[in-house]
Design a protein around this ligand. Sequence first.
Ligand SMILES: [Zn+2]
Length: 348
Amino acid sequence: MEGVSNAGIVRWLNNSGILSPCYYRYQKGILIDQRFAQPKPWKVETVKNILRSQVYLGHMVQGRRRSEFYAGIPDRLLPKSEWTIVENTHEAIISQADFDAVQSICDLKQKEYHANLGKYDHLGKSENILKGLVYCGDCGRPMVRYKQVVKGKKVSYHYMCPNYAAMLERSGCAYKFLREDILLDALSQLIGKEIEQAVDTVRLARHLSAGKEGQITARAAELRRLNLDLERAENRKKTVMQDFLAGELSRDEYEQLKICCTGEAERLKNRILALREEQHCQSETLTGDNPWLKTFGGLQLPDRLTKELAHGLIQRITIYENDRIEVIFKYRDEREQLLTAINKEVVA
Ligand SMILES: [Zn+2]
């Protein structure tokens, strides 16, 4: 009643180390579900429920929810008029007068909230195009977009960590309040660079593959020949053993021939592996099917980043202290694979 908002109460509760209801009940052995074994911060919803609850007036409130699983109707909250309230079952911790005052404040705040909804819509509403992509670098939780109206005139959006907003310093997260337009500008620049690299890569790959057809055919022919040679070497090894068992070779002769055949087979195997690796590299660089190249290679970046584009290109955005931004694009592994293959071709 001193004019502290619900969010303010939540911050105070979290900062003074008062256990949230579920964790408290777990500690006291009232709740035994392991889900409540870890301390969780207070939530605004919980504070709202407590302020509205007649239990603290000393009344027993029952029948707030009804579930009719047998009829396939999920658990639901009933309207207040249907609750069962038995008055004065235990000692009250708040007087009726204070309770009524709190209720009228809550009603007033609720009315204000609904009156304010859409109040600044004329200043321009913008879609949260990065929803689900932005994460806190400290706690890893998705960051929320926070709308700020400056002097009732200008709207700006910022990204905040919900964990920090609820717990402040105790959250373990550094303070972050990153302006959305700054983030969007940074993303556009990074995407621009990624497109540039993809275009360069396509050019380089074309250059590398030009006039390589002869080489590819020759390599395939060599591989066929090597495979035949390997088969022969393996067969010779078998024959040598059979000859030894039939008594046509002395042990010394057999041992020597065996070493010889095995060495030959090893040499052939290594050569085959090397050629296959070259073949794989070349097919990687020659292909236009690499999903990274396909996605970024032919892209024209529009003036403004759209939701579809952001979600199509970005895997995850992580925000660290001092507005440091880390972006992971999609197809990162395929990009690395392709660039490694091209580097090998350039060296070869
Ligand atoms: Zn955080």
